[in-house]
Design a protein. Structure first.
Length: 279
């Protein structure tokens, strides 16, 4: 039942990494599917249509589910996806703090619209919604512990900044603007509602500055991956290649045009996964 619930979430998500995760050995694959399903569920709560109090209540429910997984002698959680995490937590020594950090980031999204955070706040948020997921993932992949944290921080930040750039238009329509206020100020953009910022031609310069930071973080992750064993680092290489290609495509198009949202075709994503599997 737990595995069926996990697969339903993963297959229904249209994730870019479904096929990449399927290439993992069975136990690592099951662990990654369970982690992904947990992340997908809490993200859907934070971004869904429910009123804020209901969103926060839903995330509090998942916080209790995670706490039960790590409490000695506690009964198993109620949620099938949470129960699917029992084996991976013990087998790969997954950390309670990383699961809770993901929920912390979702609570930031759910509580009120994020508008022009400072770089320090944005980096903290990236660490919660992407870096913490990276820390869970690299343990499953079997990477050396000494490399796990810096790689997760660098790659998580690069991936999340790329997502932020992809979603500027959609987020603005929802009253959100994740671009850092320092870059908006450097571009000469006055504070204002996200919808107004979206219409300002100076927004492109702020997006280009964020893209430059994302590119630097990708390069840092590439350097770290170069010193790691190829097999356990393979999923991270696939993620890096997919998201760096998305960033490159956005930069080639330019940030004066924010729609339609840049995507990679399913065949292109599969080709990237296979390329990093066999070569």
């Amino acid at each position: 039942m737990s595995d069926a619930a996990v697969l339903a979430v993963v297959r229904g998500s249209g994730s870019s990494f479904y096929w990449a995760m399927r290439l993992l050995p069975r136990e690592r694959r099951r662990a990654m599917f369970a982690i992904y399903a947990f992340c997908r569920i809490v993200d859907d709560i934070a971004d869904g249509p429910l009123p804020v109090p209901d969103k926060l209540a839903g995330l509090a429910h998942w916080r209790r589910q995670i706490e039960r997984l790590f409490a000695p002698g506690a009964a198993l959680p109620d949620e099938p996806v949470a129960r699917a995490l029992v084996g991976p937590i013990h087998r790969f020594d997954l950390a309670r703090t990383d699961f809770l950090a993901v929920i912390d980031g979702m609570e930031t999204d759910a509580a009120q619209p994020v508008v022009a955070p400072g770089w320090s706040e944005l980096r903290q948020y990236c660490g919660q919604v992407a870096g913490a997921v990276g820390l869970l993932s690299v343990r499953v992949f079997g990477m050396p512990e000494r490399a796990a944290r810096p790689l997760s921080v660098a790659l998580g930040e690069a991936v999340q900044l790329t997502n932020i750039l992809r979603d500027v238009a959609d987020d603005a329509r929802d009253g959100r603007l994740y671009l850092p206020r320092e870059e908006l100020a450097r571009a000469g953009l006055p504070p204002g509602p996200p919808a107004a910022v979206l219409r300002d031609p100076r927004l492109a310069a702020a997006c280009e500055a964020v893209a430059a930071v994302a590119r630097e973080r990708f390069e840092a992750a590439v350097a770290m991956l170069a010193g790691l064993p190829r097999q356990p680092a393979r999923p991270a290489r696939i993620m890096l290649a997919v998201y760096r290609r998305l960033l490159d495509r956005m930069c080639t198009r330019g940030f004066r045009c924010l729609e339609p949202r840049v995507r990679l075709a399913a065949g292109e994503r599969l080709w990237i996964a296979l390329r990093h599997t066999w070569f």
